[in-house]
Design a binder for this molecule. Structure first.
Ligand SMILES: OC[C@H]1O[C@H](O[C@H]2O[C@H](CO)[C@@H](O)[C@H](O)[C@H]2O)[C@H](O)[C@@H](O)[C@@H]1O
Length: 586
């Protein structure tokens, strides 16, 4: 199954990937970052999978797939020689325990169906004990337990459970899969049809708040729903993606765990949500942020767990072969210990935007912001790992310095526009010093472009953010020169690489290549619009929209070598700039 063959369902605490053939290949419970109980995505069906589909052929692909209206309820339909059948997949809003519901619905004629379920806890490693209790199937392994309500009798064998059944026009059969801690009593069973209605209403109400009215509404709304699905409702934290180790380089080692809250990705997500009218999410995220980073500014991390956890130790799961043999499969993320100075700018910018959008002030926020600014004043001139989280040596990344400028600039604006207290003259002086140093050390006057780091020749697509964050005005020749250099040197088949990745260029300290980074391609569209080249911007934007899969989802990257999406999926970092560009071009 290609990455673009998957659709997302979720309950804003975790999410599942459903394949085009009706197979659920990824689900971690009870949280996004819990061990998987369906892990076939990173191995095979023996690592956990639940398939439902017509049995006239070997696991046929659905003929049609869509989300029901503007919701996260997935409908897959198969036309078979004897009739048409629909499978409705969704995860109801969480009550006591997480549920996954699969309703098989006869659309016309009569269709022979089959199902096969293999529950494997702990990322495919634990084969549970399975027993029948009160007409349900219960699987237990360590801390995890699952109860499965099946409307048809299941037969066990070869460590799986299977059934063949028939569904006729107008008939509905509901399967309910409920996870709960294994030491607790049997969970209360939900009514799947009531939950279907409730889930639909929930999404309808949420989407009704969207303020975007431009020509790309369908793409914007689907992206917003995806971002909402990546929000961990109990805390307000936002994960970068619901998957780990979907490779950036098919068969390669660039496989990372994205089931955490990056300050960078989350602040950008929040800005997109605020821009579309979603202020409650902004309030919840600000509260999450203040709890997560509470303490000393020097202890700030660039990412946290969904509840603000700080220890995200990176481990390799050697029993999983990885997606299309892309090893290693990693959980945790070593980048947690990196110095990435840009996050200070992103956090300051986001809190500034919240205030500009009318979100009521939180007195604790300014105290923390002042601590962050003090840190920036002391450390902005240090080398760091940068927003691309390079695993090579630290450098003076231009983007990091620009974002330190942003941090101070927004602090000054907080004082000047909102009457906050602070040493504004000192901050202005530091801000201007950083500006001057960047223009002096990161600009190549011969090629007329900013470069990735001080003194380097490499380009970096993050430089496209220079006009977007207001470091220089769009009409500045240095901005135009940088945009044109990115177009000349970083574009492959109409999309943008984040920086040159090739054998003789070890920018990131990792072997192998990678695809075009979708966020960067959107940034180029936004920068083109800003410098007045709107037709080119629209053309690039439309090209990017055409990469979305049949249900409107984007991974982190697109690899023109294979014409496939690569990297974790769906990725907030790709959907966020889609929303920004649609708004900018509208
Ligand atoms: O390229 C190496 C790094 O790749 C990952 O980082 C990328 O994803 C992050 C989450 O979306 C994003 O914030 C960052 O800008 C991207 O470069 C990975 O998480 C890192 O561990 C890895 O070093």
């Amino acid at each position: 199954m290609w990455i673009e063959d998957y659709a997302l369902i979720g309950d804003m605490q975790s999410a599942a990937l459903v394949g085009r053939n009706g197979s659920i290949d990824w689900l971690c419970l009870p949280r996004f970052d819990s061990p998987s109980c369906f892990g076939a995505l990173l191995g095979d069906r023996k690592n956990g999978q639940w398939w439902i589909g017509p049995s006239h052929a070997e696991r046929p692909r659905a003929d049609r797939r869509r989300y029901r209206g503007e919701t996260l309820i997935l409908e897959s339909e198969w036309d078979t020689p004897t009739g048409t059948v629909r499978v409705i997949d969704f995860m109801p809003t969480r009550h006591a325990n997480p549920d996954l519901v699969r309703i098989v619905e006869g659309v016309s004629g009569t269709v022979d169906m089959a199902t096969e379920i293999r529950i494997r806890f702990d990322y495919g490693r634990i084969v549970p004990w399975v027993r029948r209790t009160d007409g349900l199937l219960q699987a237990v392994g360590g801390p995890d337990s699952v109860w499965l309500h099946s409307p048809v009798p299941l037969q066990g064998g070869d460590y799986a459970h299977r059934a063949g059944f028939r569904v006729s026009e107008g008939e509905r059969l509901a399967f309910i899969f409920t996870w709960h801690p294994s030491h607790e009593p049997k969970p209360v069973e939900i009514d799947p049809y009531e939950q279907l209605t409730a889930t639909e209403e929930l999404w309808d109400e949420w989407v009704a708040q969207c303020t975007y009215r431009g020509p790309w509404r369908e793409a914007v709304v689907r992206s917003l729903i995806t971002l909402k699905a990546l929000t961990y409702a109990p805390t307000g934290g936002i994960v970068a993606a619901p998957t780990t180790s979907l490779p950036e380089d098919l068969g390669g080692v660039r496989n990372w765990d994205y089931r955490y809250c990056w300050l960078r990705d989350a602040t950008m997500t929040l800005d997109a949500l605020i821009g579309a009218g979603y202020l409650d999410e902004a309030r919840a995220w600000r509260a999450w942020l203040l709890r997560a980073i509470a303490g000393r500014a020097q202890d700030l991390q660039i990412m946290y767990g969904v509840a603000g956890e700080r220890r995200l130790t990176e481990l390799e799961l050697d029993w999983l072969p990885g997606y299309e043999d892309s090893r290693p499969v990693r959980i945790g993320n070593g980048a947690v210990d990196q110095l990435q100075l840009d996050v200070y700018g992103e956090v300051m910018n986001s809190l500034h935007l919240s205030r500009v959008s009318g979100i009521e002030p939180d007195h604790r926020a300014w105290t923390i912001q002042r601590e962050l600014i003090a840190y920036v004043e002391e450390h902005w001139d240090e080398p760091d790992e940068g927003l691309w989280e390079v695993r090579g040596p630290r450098r003076h990344f231009t983007h990091s310095k620009v974002m330190c400028w942003v941090a101070l600039d927004r602090a000054v604006k907080q004082v000047e526009s909102f009457g906050k207290a602070g040493p504004v003259a000192r901050w202005k002086e530091a801000r201007d010093r950083i500006h001057a140093e960047i223009c002096d050390k990161a600009f190549d006057p011969v090629r007329g472009t900013f470069t990735q780091s001080y003194g380097s020749r490499e380009l970096d697509a993050a430089l496209l953010l220079i006009p977007i964050v207001g470091f220089l005005p769009p009409e500045d020749p240095r901005v135009i020169g940088t945009v044109e250099a990115v177009q000349r040197e970083l574009m492959v088949d109409g999309f943008v690489l984040r920086y040159p990745v090739c054998a003789d260029n070890d920018v990131d300290g990792l072997p192998g290549g990678e695809g075009a980074f979708l966020a960067c391609s959107f940034w180029l569209a936004e920068a083109l619009a800003m410098i007045g080249r709107k037709d080119e911007a629209v053309e690039l934007f439309e090209r990017l929209l055409s990469l979305r899969n049949d249900v409107g989802l984007l991974a982190e990257e697109y690899d023109p070598r294979y014409g496939r999406m690569v990297g974790n999926f769906p990725q907030a970092f790709s959907h966020v700039p889609l929303i920004h560009v649609a708004r900018a071009l509208s």
